[in-house]
Design a protein around this ligand. Structure first.
Ligand SMILES: C[S@@+](CC[C@H](N)C(=O)[O-])C[C@H]1O[C@@H](n2cnc3c(N)ncnc32)[C@H](O)[C@@H]1O
Length: 617
């Protein structure tokens, strides 16, 4: 469930709790929402027959009711009747084919039935349709994984040996966890425990691959598939896992063996290739394209696509990107180098699937504004996640997305092409120089960008000059109050002399993990779990932070009016805001928000994201 769904479910639950007689009156008399809440509650309380009966009553009134079909499937699953369960989930999916929970549940039952192909299809859909955000929590619920995590924790901060951790089974139980494999291929997995476990699993695979000199290539297919999934996970997180010097030496030796075998035409086992790819990106190896000329088993197809074909595509995209405005400013050049080395964010899943699902279900129709033929500028688009989102919400708009980093833009172009979006043009440009392009826009979005400029307000003023008279601007800026811990971490990093090299970032992360209690907020941030994210979070070459009075002063000086903050994920923020100011509460008052933030400094820990409009004259 996402936050919105959780909120809706809570509301339903509260509603049911306020109506203690709802069940006594007779379920058939209630609304479908009441009945669904009653069914969930009975299920939660273990009153299975009652829950089943209510689901049947719901289905008598609405045969395709997704929630009831899913619940009946879950109850069948719990009683071991996976044949019935998959039928229920299939019916639910027939009515709502983008329902992540139903796909996840179907995946589990297909796995129990031994249909691994179908299980993988459903797990992949669950991840694509929104479950990727909570994959880690589901993975950690697995009893086998919980056992490994406990073994690691039992010896922490000392390391466990691979025998202590994996016993005689090696990584077989992990390799058999299909959801883990799908999740490793799909997205970063923000969990210190999982990272530690997968780090040990990688070292164990290295040991296996190294010991297979005389192997006839017959390693269990599940182990190879697991190694491929782990290699894809390492590629997504940009090899952020720590490794000992001995492990690094062994991995380097294995890579050299791969290169020798590649040059001499000697056979290379799939396990060897996959394990090397878990330590080094394949596309960066000399003679990497020779790997594509060999025949490989189908298990390796996904790995070869992400580590060889897609980077090759991006190299092609790079040459097609025009430069609209030069990069001359020395800070812009340094920032460009950072994002050339570590384009950010390395997103994998279309950010708008949930929105598309709601549109498809007819829950939300596009608004007139979303249908309009607007000109939109995305200033500092990075790898395009944000631009792709906007291009889908505004299908008739013409979007120009600019960034200083060509590597980021190439990633963005490849993803945009894969999604089939045609209303989006990318170009290289420094925001500071955009005044020279002689174009204006109805809407400008610059989120997480201006605070990386030498003079953020100079860049912001350039953007204001490109905005049409009744245009809107969506801006995201770091909050000074919210980022105190980041400031402390940056000071610590400077004092310890850590550079922004991959090795230093990796070592610094381990220091932070050792003091997890103190750095809780950092460890809780998704960005902590990838190299580019961690660099963006803690090692940025330039970071300014703002206060709300400073933002208010800029708006005042530039004839802009504040139109509101982005909706908060946490619904209690608005409640607390109104409680603080009572009848005088004014959500458009930056002064009140400033006072609120002083009392609740964590409110804008992501950043301030808000919309402003040009004042009419
Ligand atoms: C933290 S990333 C944010 C990317 C994107 N807005 C997002 O939210 O996913 C910051 C991006 O701003 C870009 N950037 C920084 N300074 C810039 C400048 N002066 N002109 C254009 N882009 C810039 C960087 O290259 C980087 O891709």
């Amino acid at each position: 469930m996402n936050r919105k769904e959780r909120r809706a479910a809570n509301k339903q639950r509260e509603g049911a709790a306020r109506r203690p007689n709802a069940l006594a009156i007779g379920p058939a008399a209630g609304s479908l929402a009441d009945l669904a809440a009653a069914a969930s509650r009975s299920h939660r309380l273990g009153r299975i027959d009652e829950a089943r009966e209510i689901c049947r009553q719901i289905l008598a009134r609405e045969p395709a009711n997704v929630q009831s079909l899913n619940l009946l499937g879950l109850m069948a699953q719990a009683s071991g009747d996976h044949g019935i369960a998959v039928k229920m989930f299939a019916k639910a999916i027939a009515s709502d084919d983008m329902n992540a929970a139903c796909h996840y549940n179907a995946g589990n039952s297909y796995k129990a039935l031994g249909n691994r192909t179908k299980a993988i299809v459903h797990f992949n859909k669950a991840l694509a349709f929104g479950m990727h955000d909570k994959a880690t929590a589901f993975i950690l619920q697995s009893p086998a994984i919980a056992t490994y995590v406990a073994r690691i924790a039992g010896k922490w901060p000392l390391p466990v040996t691979n025998v202590e951790l994996f016993g005689t089974e090696s990584v077989a139980p992990l390799a058999n966890d299909l959801f883990l494999r799908c999740a490793m291929e799909a997205t970063t997995l923000p969990s210190v425990q999982l990272e530690a476990l997968l780090g040990y699993a990688r070292a164990e695979l290295l040991r296996l691959a190294d010991g297979r000199d005389d192997d006839d290539g017959e390693t269990d297919d599940d182990i190879v598939a697991f190694a491929c999934a782990l290699a894809r996970q390492c590629f997504i997180n940009e090899y952020v896992y720590a490794q000992s010097a001995a492990e690094g030496g062994l991995a380097g030796a294995l890579r050299d063996r791969l290169l020798r075998d590649l040059a001499s035409g000697t056979a290379i086992t799939p396990l060897l290739l996959a394990v090397v790819a878990a330590y080094f990106p394949l596309h960066a190896m000399p003679n990497a394209d020779a790997l594509l000329r060999r025949d490989w088993p189908v298990t390796l197809a996904g790995l070869l696509r992400v580590q060889l074909r897609e980077p090759l595509d991006e190299a092609g995209e790079r040459t097609a990107i025009a430069t609209l405005a030069p990069i001359k400013d020395s800070i812009s050049l340094q920032v460009m180098r950072q994002y050339e080395e570590n384009p950010y964010p390395r997103w994998t899943i279309n950010p708008l699937t949930a929105f598309a699902a709601d549109l498809a279900r007819g829950r939300t129709g596009p608004t007139a504004e979303q249908q309009a033929e607007l000109d939109i500028l995305i200033a500092g688009c990075g790898t395009g996640r944000h631009a792709v989102q906007i291009a889908q919400v505004y299908p008739n708009a013409r979007l120009l997305a600019v960034d200083v980093s060509l590597t980021s833009l190439a990633y963005a172009r490849r993803k945009t092409r894969e999604l089939g979006l045609r209303n989006l043009e990318y170009a290289q440009a420094d925001i500071l120089e955009l005044g020279s392009i002689n174009r204006t826009f109805d809407s400008i979005e610059s989120v997480g960008v201006l605070h990386h400029l030498a003079e953020p307000t100079a860049g912001w003023r350039v953007l204001v000059s490109l905005l049409r008279p009744d245009g809107r601007m969506r801006i995201g800026l770091y909050s000074d109050l919210a980022r105190r811990l980041i400031v402390e971490a940056r000071a610590r990093i400077a004092a310890q002399g850590y550079s922004a090299s991959a090795g230093d970032i990796s070592r610094c992360r381990q220091d932070i993990i050792r003091e997890a209690e103190h750095w809780k907020m950092l460890i809780g941030a998704n960005d902590f779990y990838s190299m580019s994210g961690c660099r963006d979070l803690l090692f940025n070459v330039m970071e300014h932070r703002f206060t709300l009075p400073e933002i208010a002063a800029f708006l005042n000086d530039n004839d802009l009016s504040f139109l509101g903050f982005e909706p908060f994920d946490d619904p209690t923020v608005i409640e607390k805001f109104h409680k603080q100011f009572l009848d005088a509460a004014d959500e458009a008052s930056l002064d009140q928000w400033h006072r609120f933030e002083e009392a609740h400094p964590e409110t804008f820990c992501g950043m301030y994201v808000f919309t402003v409009g040009k004042n009419a004259h």
